[in-house]
Design a protein around this ligand. Structure first.
Ligand SMILES: [Zn+2]
Length: 342
């Protein structure tokens, strides 16, 4: 599987990690008119028509972020200068220009009780609308969830937006030290948090998850439907890798748990960052050794084998909605199918 065929896996710009320490490059970039900045908040970035990621000059980004409201009186983070985590150094372009992300805080209510903090298979329950402040943008600019437009972005835009959404989400969810609970400060141009009490360093998290096209001896594919999904939505099986587990074991365990099917050979196909909120999806083709499939009733309410003809007919009739175009699930299904699904 070609990584460039996966929308959110495109390489994008040079990350230039050697420019992060000390923050000097970030501070200099804020004073450089050639620097370009994207605005990021809670899985969304500001876009212009196209869609294109809106790349702004630092002063304009600061102005718009200010309009969006970053005051800390109600407990949200203040993000006012280069050292407070409001600005993230994403990388540099071919002419050496810096690319930054400006985080825009939201006044969010407390998360709902009892909902997992990291959700993979099931969509995150719909949150409240963004605050009116966050929506205040000039004509032609709009907040767009990365998940909705990932398949339509250029490689550079996709790389910038995916990195910005992933990093912003990590900062938002990890304000405190996991060792002692003290406050942390941002370092390394937005790529590290350091505990103010014990000086321990903490790095952005990525949670590995396996996702697999399970295919049987008759070349049928196994797809599942989750209760929380829209009616008709079917996708490949997927799940988080557990501590102490190899990727191959995770594939076999998840398929057994969710569908009761025994998997033999497992082969790697490709990977995709999936920052909703912090996953790396690692894609496989898995060979089924049994075909008696039954949904676990917990994560999935239905599982079913499809031949190519059955899937094509079901998609055409509108009975099956395939995975979204930005997802590796779609790529895995289409690789098996032998071409675009619709
Ligand atoms: Zn600490």
């Amino acid at each position: 599987m070609d990584p460039d065929a996966l929308p959110l896996s495109r390489a994008g710009i040079d990350r230039a990690a050697h420019l992060r320490p000390g923050g000097d490059h970030l501070r200099a970039a804020l004073a450089d008119g050639a620097t370009r900045v994207l605005l990021v908040s809670d899985g969304a970035v500001v876009t212009s028509t196209g869609p294109r990621v809106a790349l702004l000059e630092p002063a304009q980004a600061a102005h718009l972020a200010g309009m969006a409201g970053t005051a800390g009186a109600d407990g949200t983070e203040r993000m006012d200068d280069a050292d407070d985590g409001g600005w993230l150094l994403l990388g540099r372009g071919e002419a050496g220009e810096a690319y930054l992300a400006r985080r825009v805080a939201q006044r969010r209510p407390a998360p709902p009780v009892g909902v997992p903090s990291d959700v993979l298979v099931h969509p995150v329950p719909a949150g409240p609308d963004p605050t009116p402040e966050r929506r205040a943008l000039p004509d032609g600019l709009t907040w767009t969830p990365l998940r909705d437009m990932g398949a339509e972005l250029s490689a550079d835009d996709a790389g910038l937006a995916t990195t910005a959404v992933a990093l912003d989400g990590w900062h938002a969810r990890h304000p405190r030290c996991p060792r002692c609970g003290a406050r942390t400060r941002v370092a390394q141009s937005g790529w590290t948090r350091v505990c103010v009490a014990d000086a321990s360093e903490h790095y952005p998290r990525t949670d590995p998850a396996v996702i697999m096209a399970v295919v049987d001896a008759d070349d049928r594919i196994l797809l599942g439907h989750a209760a929380q999904w829209a009616e008709g939505r079917w996708s490949t099986l997927a799940g988080f890798v557990e501590p102490g587990e190899s990727l191959e074991h995770a594939v076999r365990r998840e398929v057994a748990e969710e569908a009761g099917v025994v998997v033999g050979a497992v082969s790697y196909r490709g990977s995709q960052p999936w920052p909703f909120p912090a996953s790396l999806m690692i894609g496989f083709r898995a060979t089924a050794e049994t075909t008696d499939a039954r949904a676990d009733g917990v994560e999935l309410t239905e599982v079913r084998w499809f031949t190519r003809g059955e899937l094509a007919d079901a998609v055409r009739a509108g009975d099956v909605i395939p995975p979204g175009r930005a997802s590796i699930a779609r790529a895995l299904v289409e690789e098996w199918f032998g071409g675009p699904l619709s």
